[in-house]
Write a protein that binds this ligand. Structure first.
Ligand code: ATP
Ligand code: MG
Length: 708
């Protein structure tokens, strides 16, 4: 069976049959509380409820209700946390309201909405129409450069600090004013330089995608009135994970009327480390005295044992809002606890569990009769790197899988190469993109030439690209170097020209393939890779990427707002946002490997929570102090993990675990005890059971006199 990781078309989402719904449920229905939330149309509404209680379902049904009420699809915005969640919501809405209306709904992430607003109105906040969007790696490089620092760890700390400031709505001046200690003051100074460079490159980072639209609405009355009129109702899923700036943007968009519906669960707030704040939930009733707060108490997802374990764990956290959560799905199977010798052993047991449940073996060893799909299973863990060993064992067992929340397809070097070119055609002032594109594939332009070009451009305050065409450049550089640079400039212009006018899937694909052939990109991959196989795999990724882009040009995919035909240039402009927040979202029959963070909002019939050990969950790096707040956030992660399961939950711990290069004794997580699993059976390893059986037989044989 082909593995997903090697499937060429894995990035093309198949829109039908979302993965997380293994079997059809009862016809769409709502309980009374859900109904109240859906029918509350004339004021702000907050649905505050525990996991699996149908919050996301409320949003989808409310979209249908608003349409019925007379709103046009374009007047409804639904904001989700990831692109994948947006896609899923669009699909669910499509099933309810039909494809026509669903197509025009503005279902997107906060970031995609930000892109849409800046695309329309960026010039009003000092951006050129074609600005670039830098992803986190580009920003890191910029920070290293601006801070004159080669220490990646330090640059990353600066990046965190700067991002947190931005998420609190602070600029460099305000950051410097609040900075405590020398480290923070240095970070604030780096922030100022980074902002200057972003401005010079006409580039924005992800945080700017929220902050600049907010500035726009705050400063520009005309734009504010227009956007407020555009969206007659805004729905927000997972509101507990919004940060201060996102909340401010929501407020600015809804204005005094406050026509919005927010749903969330404070017990699932797991992005505090990235600046999200539950304060928004506390602030909502103060900012909107007319706010209607609706609680949902019935959990429709999980069976009793699972839900009780989840409730028991989260009871250890202080309560922001009192919540009850019950399920009438019966007790179901007890939560399983498995003790494993090592990471490898844990992965083997996960594979064995998938195989035996699929073969119809229930936990008790009897056969259940129904066949499960691979997509009914998920293995969840705390950190990205934990996926590796599961991948190995699944591959060895020929079980197809996908990894979500880990290194993305789009982080691969070949895709980033192409993105650099695309960024450059969108925005000629994007110097980081220029430097990558001009050297990939190599065209005889070396570092000396580029340094000279940089020295030429700096005092003139032009971008590297503009400097290419300055008449006086010829005097500053060697003739051959100037010729090579000019040729590059012409290539970029040609692509830019064609990309502006090409729309539609087929034409876009032809254009992009032409371009790759012009720059001899396939040859470049073969030149740079010793192994032909690896070069071919990279080329296949490139072709996938081209397909993916072309389909967006045809308007086939979610484009962060209305789905319509777009030019290659338009798609190129949104690319870093789409790809950075994207989960490839394919709906194939595969096992999901996911971090707990990326599993938020999703559900699977059978879930395995892996490596639930002290140090891993709750996570602890080095000798960090585990503050009460951090421990609480880790506990919420555990709660999120448990509540992803519908029918069975298996929690495993490691007796010995790897820590860096060492192997250390594994201590079961405190969260295991907190689940209060009195009924849980410590499940025996089938290998050990077999061995016991063999030993017993051998003993019997040995004891039987006639057989000696
Ligand atoms: P989370 O907190 O994990 O995001 P949620 O509160 O958003 O969960 P949903 O994902 O909307 O919950 O719903 C959980 C499951 O329960 C889904 O499979 C959904 O279809 C089902 N469900 C929700 N409400 C009902 C209902 N009234 N009748 C039947 N099934 C329901
Ligand atoms: Mg949800």
């Amino acid at each position: 069976m082909a593995l997903l990781a090697n499937r060429p078309l894995a990035i093309i989402p198949a829109p039908e049959a979302p993965m997380n719904r293994p079997e059809p449920r009862a016809p769409a229905s709502l309980n009374n509380a859900q109904m109240r939330a859906v029918h509350h149309l004339d004021g702000p509404c907050l649905v505050l409820a525990g996991a699996g209680s149908g919050k996301t379902r409320v949003i989808v049904h409310k979209i249908a209700r608003l349409l019925q009420h007379g709103l046009g699809p374009k007047q409804i915005a639904a904001l989700t946390f990831t692109n994948k969640a947006a896609q899923e919501m669009r699909e669910r809405a499509k099933a309810l309201v039909g494809p026509r209306a669903a197509k025009d709904l503005a279902v997107s992430t906060f970031h995609s909405l930000g892109v849409r607003m800046l695309r329309a109105d960026g010039t009003r906040v000092g951006l050129k129409p074609n600005f670039s969007i830098l992803d986190s790696d580009d920003v890191l490089a910029l920070i290293r450069d601006a801070g004159g620092c080669s220490d990646n760890a330090l640059a990353r700390r600066w990046q965190w600090a700067i991002s947190l400031w931005k998420n609190q709505g602070l600029d460099a001046d305000a950051a410097e004013a609040t900075a405590t200690g020398d480290d923070q003051r240095v970070a604030a100074r780096v922030m100022r330089r980074v902002q200057e460079r972003l401005q010079a490159y006409q580039a924005v980072d992800f945080d700017d995608l929220i902050q600049l639209p907010l500035l726009l609405l705050q400063r520009d009355a005309e734009a504010r009135a227009r956007w407020q009129a555009q969206f007659q109702h805004i729905l927000v899923d997972e509101v507990q994970d919004t940060n201060a700036v996102q909340y401010a943007l929501l407020k600015a968009l809804t204005g005094e009327r406050g026509l919005f519906t927010a749903v969330g669960d404070d017990d699932q707030s797991i992005y505090g480390w990235r600046g999200a704040t539950i304060d928004n939930l506390k602030q909502l009733p103060l900012d909107y005295p007319a706010l209607s707060v609706i609680a949902l108490e019935q959990n429709y997802r999980s069976t009793g044992h699972i839900l009780r374990a989840a409730n028991a764990v989260i009871a250890g956290n202080p309560k922001l809002f009192e919540k009850k959560l019950w399920s009438d799905l019966g007790d179901g199977d007890p939560v399983r606890l498995i003790e494993c010798d090592s990471e490898e052993h844990e992965a083997e047991r996960a594979v064995a569990r998938i195989q035996s449940l699929r073969a119809g073996q229930t936990d008790g060893g009897s056969t259940s009769g129904s066949t499960l799909r691979f997509a009914d299973f998920a293995v969840l863990y705390r950190a990205n790197h934990q996926a590796r060993v599961f991948e190995q064992k699944l591959r060895a067992a020929q079980i197809p899988y996908k990894v979500s929340g880990g290194q993305s397809f789009f982080d691969r070097a070949e895709i980033k190469d192409l993105c650099a070119w695309l960024r450059l055609i969108v925005n000629n002032d994007d110097d980081p993109a220029f430097l990558r594109a001009v050297t990939t594939p190599k065209r005889g332009i070396g570092h000396q030439t580029l340094a000279a070009l940089g020295e030429f451009a700096a005092p003139r305050k032009t971008s590297l690209f503009d400097a290419l065409f300055a008449p006086s450049l010829a005097a500053a550089l060697k003739g051959k170097a100037v010729d090579a640079l000019h040729e590059f400039g012409r290539d970029v212009h040609t692509l830019q020209e064609r990309a502006t006018h090409t729309t539609g899937t087929e034409d876009a694909k032809a254009l992009l393939l032409d371009w790759l052939s012009d720059i001899r990109y396939e040859q470049h991959l073969h030149d740079g890779e010793d192994s032909q196989k690896l070069a071919e795999a990279r080329w296949r990724n490139v072709l996938d990427f081209i397909d993916w882009m072309a389909r967006r040009c045809g308007g086939d995919e979610d484009t962060g707002g209305a789905a319509q035909r777009q030019s290659v240039l338009q798609v190129a402009q949104t690319i870093s946002v789409i790809i950075s927040l994207a989960d490839r979202g394919d709906e194939q029959d595969v096992v999901t490997l996911s971090t707990l963070h990326a599993a938020k909002g999703l559900e699977w019939p059978h879930v395995m929570l892996a490596s639930v050990n002290e140090g891993l969950l709750p996570f602890r790096s080095g000798d960090d102090d585990m503050t009460a707040e951090r421990l609480q956030e880790e506990r919420r992660l555990m709660y999120v993990g448990i509540t992803r399961a519908r029918y069975t939950l298996c929690v495993s711990t490691l007796k010995r675990r790897k820590k860096g290069r060492d192997t250390v004794i594994g201590v079961p997580s405190r969260f295991i005890g907190e689940m209060k699993l009195d009924e849980a059976k410590l499940q025996e390893d089938p290998r050990a059971r077999l061995k016991k059986l063999r030993d017993a037989m051998a003993a019997k044989v040995a004891a039987a006199p006639g057989l000696r």
